[in-house]
Design a protein around this ligand. Structure first.
Ligand SMILES: Cc1cc2nc3c(=O)[nH]c(=O)nc-3n(C[C@H](O)[C@H](O)[C@H](O)COP(=O)(O)O)c2cc1C
Length: 111
């Protein structure tokens, strides 16, 4: 059975993430989906892109980026920021605009 894990970068402090990633890296996980905020952020602050960059360097597991993709532009920004990543999860963006995936795909076809 294939298992994916969805994670934030810690409970209280982004410093927790290195240890969490060490643990995830020990298992044959199919995909690691990271929303780079800590739990206590709820949805405050910006996603911690530095922590996601660290994960790109250190993860043995294929990564999926998740967090604050609300427009085609913000999706393209994350694609540029993380060219090694080809999987993205969208949450609230889809709830706010169910056509968001179509908009993203249309722009990708134009490029
Ligand atoms: C209504 C709602 C329900 C959610 N339920 C879950 C859930 O059951 N499990 C989970 O891991 N994340 C859940 N999330 C968090 C999202 O999967 C996602 O990680 C978070 O919203 C950040 O992505 P976004 O900025 O694209 O919304 C939920 C988010 C929303 C808005």
């Amino acid at each position: 059975m294939k298992i994916s894990i969805k994670t934030r970068i810690g409970k209280d402090d982004p410093e927790e993430f290195a240890r969490l990633l060490d643990i995830y890296n020990q298992y044959p996980v199919e995909e690691l989906i990271i929303h780079p905020r800590v739990q206590k952020d709820f949805y405050k602050n910006q996603p911690n892109l530095g922590a996601f960059h660290d994960a790109v360097e250190e993860s043995k597991i294929p990564l999926c980026y998740n967090g604050d993709i609300f427009t085609p532009e913000s999706y393209e920004e994350m694609k540029r920021e993380f060219p090694q990543v080809d999987t993205f999860m969208l949450g609230r963006g889809i709830l706010m605009n169910p056509a968001l995936l179509d908009l993203i795909r249309m722009r990708e076809k134009q490029m």
